[in-house]
Design a protein around this ligand. Structure first.
Ligand SMILES: Nc1nc2c(c(=O)[nH]1)N[C@H]1C(S)=C(S)[C@@H](COP(=O)(O)OP(=O)(O)OC[C@H]3O[C@@H](n4cnc5c(=O)[nH]c(N)nc54)[C@H](O)[C@@H]3O)O[C@H]1N2
Ligand SMILES: Nc1nc2c(c(=O)[nH]1)N[C@H]1C(S)=C(S)[C@@H](COP(=O)(O)OP(=O)(O)OC[C@H]3O[C@@H](n4cnc5c(=O)[nH]c(N)nc54)[C@H](O)[C@@H]3O)O[C@H]1N2
Ligand code: SF4
Ligand SMILES: [Mo]
Length: 812
């Protein structure tokens, strides 16, 4: 088939699919064929993958015909080009997707049915104004606290577009219920706060650059997969593969799946049952102790709670040290490698070998990803890995990493955006708990500080803080949470679609007809980045390469789509605050204005704006000068950590105190030490009805649900359920068979990929596939992981547990 024919038929096939699924409003679009370049300019791939790669576009006759990427300079290691991955290079499929929403729409069918009619912008704005005003003015049950923004990561990197603009408007309208934490890292952030003293793993200045691997002799990774999760050509995946190439280090990957980051470069793949890393760490520490490899005095110098001597007064005399836990002094269970093997499925002999290697290693580079903490016991898994760092004791030396990750804040160009301003509402909930604020009748049964960690920033630490107002309006801009990304989507569907739903108004501003867009009462069409200008700097995971770019609009907005800025300015006008919102500037004027604003920590002197637009990418290589914890190691008194003790806190008195009064649901436990607790639906408890655990991962075919509508990517990276050949044989499943995967929450139907790249007893499934089910409980033919997951939060952070689930697998 010719390329032109292929693209046409792909577009036709997808148009047919979307007509069946949606409302039939869109027209079929054929992606234009590349021809001779006419105009070129610079754009960026804005998405929450951690990078923002430069994209060079070519336009002919008002159509984008070709996309390329960074082509500046000599492309040596320290001046490397930041090359977009296949997702960024396929962005024409975003602009010209037949899933694009091109007109404002109003719901006509039941909420979630996806039945809409086209309306005018004027009618849409009038209705939005009326609905919001009614809720804001209702002093008995409404008001700002009843307005909600779900976590929205789809516009990461945009400075004058996207979610931040919507938040600016809503801050000025009176605010909304706040959220804390993220779906990405809530448990590990919490672990980092209590163990290392800083409550974020991103850009926190604590970790080592990936480049330290060049000086390491042992790379030990717990669920770390940069080749897939940090794919930018200039960022961490590049640094990872270069560093492995330049280093002689032995590489050991601990992951239920054999990942791309292993990909033939590792010496050892240790498959582990999901949710059992804290047990593995305990077994390794026992084995270290067994061979006399733990220097108690050294560990106690830097850490609290390894031995009795370093425990805080409040914990003394109770066998509360980690050593006592390991030796079984309190619970009578020694955490021997044999015990750990029975929990993790990593053989005891392998655990002993691993301990011996850590002991011999001069510079162990210990690293963790975040899949292992997006689970029911994620806080303790992450805390346990930090504990291993402390007990091995070699942190801070050249070639080491303290497991925080390559997010150490060397990024220089933190370009400001249009200021979002502050939220006048001071109450907040952990971000994962929003559906509870719909389901419960909060006037009767409030969410409280002690049950749901509700906080009021004006009353810090006050245990009587509570949330008494249900969520009544949901504003979605840059998020697919309602229909896809939040756990237990069938439940959310039920809560939003019920005739008597407590939610009166759902406003969705989107580019595509996503599963979330289908839940809108009013649906607004936003432009893509190719239809506007903006500023770009490096993302939250771009490695040691900083960059800066001013982008240009490539084409005029498609259909009646508009920028978030222009939409919000018009809504502001209806509320009589246009001038406050715009400060008298158009979007383009803001871009120019922000360019003049001094860059946070840049050493680059900014060129003239118009010159910059023509030039394209500015880059600067800014490596970390030291490994993480180098100063702390050299002099822990002079350079203490920000924990209460100034040391690494294996035992956390703060956790012990904080949770003393908490009202935890049955089965939840919060421990002052990073003790192993099997997750509910864990690997250790057998469940004959749902025999498989699932290793959930972020696939290279998407960033979450973003890019799902790019048909080339769906073809290239099939959304299939990975299943081990042993398990497949037992179930009579062949490669590519269609399988029905069910949990206690729902059923998905997907193809099976029979592969030894996933361990027996565990299935592998990428997250982010678009749910395809128009009714609650219907089989989801799209294969969305959150049809299967549970909405129950983790015990301490109250974070997303989207990686804790058991399923049954059958041939469909
Ligand atoms: N291609 C791509 N890149 C992305 C994203 C994307 O969607 N696609 N999303 C971006 C965002 S927002 C985030 S937050 C990050 C996410 O980054 P991560 O959370 O680190 O990514 P995951 O793929 O969820 O998990 C990493 C690995 O952990 C393994 N794993 C799962 N459970 C366990 C366990 O219990 N123990 C161990 N040892 N391993 C386990 C998985 O098999 C996987 O290989 O990635 C970012 N980058
Ligand atoms: N079970 C399970 N669930 C998970 C995860 C998991 O590992 N397992 N991962 C979690 C993680 S780490 C994250 S970060 C979240 C991510 O979840 P989300 O934050 O919902 O991210 P996306 O799915 O990428 O959805 C972003 C949306 O923004 C839209 N968008 C893009 N550009 C624009 C724009 O300019 N304007 C507007 N208005 N919209 C735009 C896109 O079309 C897309 O629909 O998912 C979480 N959910
Ligand atoms: S690495 Fe991320 S930012 Fe870069 S092109 Fe790929 S998806 Fe886009
Ligand atoms: Mo994330």
């Amino acid at each position: 088939m010719q390329r032109r024919d292929f693209l046409k038929s792909a577009a036709l096939a997808s148009a047919a699919a979307s007509l069946a699924g949606c409302n039939g409003k869109r027209t079929e679009t054929v992606i234009p064929e590349p021809e001779l370049p006419v105009t070129q300019g610079w754009q960026s791939c804005y998405v929450n993958c951690g990078s923002n790669c430069p994209i060079k576009f070519t336009v002919q006759d008002g159509q984008i015909t070709q996309l390329e990427t960074d082509d500046h300079g000599d492309d040596q290691y320290e001046s490397r080009q930041i090359r977009a991955c296949p997702r960024g290079r396929s962005l024409r499929q975003r602009v010209y997707s037949d899933e694009r929403i091109l007109y404002p729409m109003k719901r006509v069918g039941p909420r979630g049915s996806g039945e809409f009619v086209r309306i005018s912008w004027d009618d849409a704005l009038t209705e939005i104004h009326q609905r919001l005003e009614a809720i804001y003015q209702d002093s008995s049950q409404g008001g700002p606290e009843s307005v909600f923004f779900p976590v929205s990561t789809g516009t990461s990197g945009m400075k004058t577009s996207g979610t931040g603009i919507w938040k600016r408007l809503f801050h000025q309208l009176g605010g909304y219920l706040g959220t804390r934490g993220s779906y990405s890292t809530h448990q590990v952030d919490t672990a980092t706060q209590y163990t290392y003293g800083i409550g974020s793993v991103i850009l926190n200045g604590l970790g080592s650059s990936t480049r330290e691997i060049e000086r390491s002799d042992l790379v030990l990774c717990f669920g770390y997969n940069p080749q897939e999760t940090f794919m930018s050509g200039g960022g961490v995946s590049y640094e990872w593969s270069e560093a492995l190439h330049r280093s002689d280090a032995e590489v050991i990957m601990i992951d239920p799946r054999y990942t791309e980051s292993a990909g033939g470069k590792e010496q050892q793949w240790l498959p582990i049952r999901p949710g059992t890393d804290a047990a593995l760490v305990a077994g390794i520490v026992y084995a270290l102790w067994e061979i006399g490899a733990v220097d108690d005095a050294h560990v106690d110098r830097y850490a609290v709670g390894w031995t009795e001597a370093s425990l805080p007064e409040s914990a003394k005399g109770k066998n509360a040290s980690y050593k006592a836990y390991i030796l079984g002094d309190r619970d009578g269970v020694a955490k021997t490698p044999e015990w750990a093997a029975s929990m993790t499925a990593v053989p005891a002999a392998t655990i002993r070998e691993l301990a011996a290697k850590l002991h011999r290693s001069k510079a162990p580079f210990i690293q963790m990803g975040w899949g292992l903490q997006r689970q029911a016991n994620g806080e303790n898994s992450a805390r346990a890995i930090y504990t291993l760092v402390a007990i091995v004791g070699k942190f801070g030396l050249p070639g080491t990493s303290n497991a925080v990750g390559a997010h150490n804040g060397t990024h220089a160009y933190i370009t400001p955006g249009i200021p979002a301003g502050a939220n006048p509402v001071t109450k907040s909930i952990p971000c994962f708990l929003w559906t509870d604020a719909i389901e419960r009748d909060l006037q009767q049964e409030p969410m409280t500080a002690l049950t749901h960690d509700v906080l009021d920033s004006q009353r810090p630490g006050d245990p009587t803080v509570q949330l008494e107002r249900n969520i009544r309006a949901i504003i979605v801009a840059g998020s697919n949470m309602l229909g896809n990304q939040h756990s237990n989507i069938n439940r959310t569907h039920r809560l939003l679609a019920a005739e008597d739903s407590k939610v009166d108004f759902v406003l969705v501003s989107e580019i595509y007809m996503t599963p979330t867009a289908r839940f809108a009462d009013i649906l607004l069409p936003e432009i893509t980045q190719f239809e506007t200008e903006d500023l770009v700097c490096d993302g939250w995971h771009s490695g040691d390469m900083a960059n800066l770019l001013a982008t240009t609009a490539a084409i005029a907005p498609r259909g009646e789509s508009r920028s978030a800025y222009d939409i919000c300015a018009d809504i502001a006008e209806r509320f009589g605050i246009r001038q406050t919102f715009t400060e008298g500037r158009t979007k383009a004027e803001w871009v120019r204005h922000l360019w003049q604003t001094p860059q946070a920590s840049s050493s680059l002197s900014l060129p003239d704006f118009d010159e910059a637009k023509a030039h394209g990418v500015y880059r600067e290589y800014l490596p970390a000068s030291k490994p993480g914890f180098a100063d702390f190691r050299a002099d822990p008194q002079a350079n203490p950590l920000k924990t209460p003790s100034g040391k690494i806190e294996i035992y956390s008195e703060a956790i012990a105190n904080l949770t003393k009064d908490w009202d935890l649901p049955e089965g939840d436990e919060v421990t002052a030490l990073p003790e192993f607790r099997a997750p509910w639906e864990g690997g250790v408890t057998d469940d004959p009805d749902y025999p498989f655990q699932v290793a959930v991962y972020h696939t290279k075919g998407r960033a979450h649900s973003s890019f799902h509508s790019h048909k080339v990517l769906r073809e290239a990276i099939q959304d299939a359920l990975w299943i081990n050949p042993e398990d497949a044989a037992a179930l009579g499943i062949q490669n590519n068979d269609t399988v029905r995967v069910s949990s206690r929450r729902g059923v998905i139907v997907v193809p099976a990929r029979v592969t030894p790249r996933v361990m027996p007893g565990v299935a592998g499934l990428g997250q982010g596939a678009w749910r395809n089910a128009s009714e609650v409980g219907q089989e989801d033919m799209g294969g969305c992981i959150n049809t299967l997951t549970d909405h129950r939060p983790s015990p301490l952070a109250k974070g997303c547990t989207g990686g804790t689930l058991r399923v049954k697998i059958e041939r469909a």
